[in-house]
Design a binder for this molecule. Sequence first.
Ligand code: BES
Ligand code: MN
Ligand code: ZN
Length: 498
Amino acid sequence: ISMESKVLIKTAKTNLDRLKDNALLIGFFKDKQQLSQELKYLDGKLGSLISSYLKNNKFEAEKGELKNIFTNKDVKNVVLLGLGEEGKYNLDVLSLSVADASKRLRESGIETFSIYFDSFSNSKFKSEEIAEKIALSCLIGLYKFTKFKTKNNNNKSIRQVTILAEKSFEKELNYANVVAEAVSKTRDIVNTPPNIATPEYIANYAKDIAKKNGLKCSVFDEKQIEKLKMGCFIGVAQGSVNKPRFVVLEYHGAGKSKKPVAIVGKGITFDSGGLNLKPYPYILNMKDDKGGATAAINIVEACSKLKLNVNVVAITPLCENMIDAASYRPDDVLTAYNGVTVEIKNTDAEGRLVLADALAYACEMKPEAVIDIATLTGASMIVLGYIGTPFISTDEKLSEKIKNASKKSLEKVWELPLWQEYEDSIKSDVADIKNISEEGDAGVIIGATFLKNFVNDIPWVHIDIGTTVWSKVDKGILTKGATGATVRLMMEMLRDWK
Ligand code: BES
Ligand code: MN
Ligand code: ZN
């Protein structure tokens, strides 16, 4: 997989003055630079190298500031990491600093390092929370996608990270390992080019997960999808030589009587826009349109690996939106799985069409909740930019669950309304509804307004990762490219699902 050479993260009780490692990472708050008793012992052993550095050199402990003191002793490098003002310290600051520091240590050629846990803890947070976030930030931050680089000119990698702490944090490290792996595997597939990551490829990937974890997986091919009368999905899929697949991947961690949580993921392996062709440069990177499906599949696997006490099912319509003589066209009327007719006004609003059938199918399974994850709109950019993900819900309790999971996972989300006034703009002259609003305003909400026609009264959340699926920056846990959006969020939600 992914984190190319996998990083091993562990805890150890080693005293600082006994430590042997390539580097020791120590956090400092801006307003509090005196050394702890333990650091004083280490400092003594190093002939006051740390204290004299702090006295004579400029280290302000600004957020993200990094200073490396080469010792050439048992701890080869003492690395000072600024955490900013203690009053402003939170898990976001922790995550950003630790992830950036890990990357910089890797770039300096170091292969193993230790983290002085106490220097990152703070009375506002439980030590378990801090440990878990340190582990997640290292593992997710160190991700690289190099599958298609034949000249591996930068093969620097971190092999091992040791958290020096009194407690062993086994549960937290296990959670971090499983979630980081799900994030990495999601990023790997989303980053994989569309000539390789076809619908069939992703369906095989899901089957493979099912086999390895003993899960149930059904894959419907083109003929079965047609037989099921998923008319909207077929419409989008019919313009590509890469035939569609419909995947249902199930994990049963709770009793048979417990209803599942259904996660429906948009899986467009490439979105050309269809006959409403996307112009350059908007057509670039449309391989990221499978981010929802990929996340959904990996979330189910992670639930299984963590043996969570919940039933979860991933439902993913997988196809490619292309141009061909057989392509669907504007003016077509398609009939969805639940019988609703849809007039096509724009073949580039294809995500909501494949989701229409998948949502209606999901509701038939009578789940406790349906959550769809979709790179649905470019308009998500206007709402929250790259920082957060907009979501829309029909159920207050479910939306509270999402908000709580957001706080814990550090994946920022914000709820938008689903007022009935929006419904007018997708009324069609010839069919029940049309697939876009011709005014073009409130794109994210219009998308949800359309999708609502395919969910009944089952609590539902629509998460629009159109913007947050991809990062243009290399910062904190983000690396340029796929982000693995919603994996951390969903795992926090499912972790204590009741
Ligand atoms: N997959 C796109 C949304 C998207 C666009 C995500 C750009 C990330 C970056 C989706 O299928 C799409 O094309 N949406 C249209 C909808 C419009 C035709 C109503 C959009 O957002 O422009
Ligand atoms: Mn599109
Ligand atoms: Zn799309």
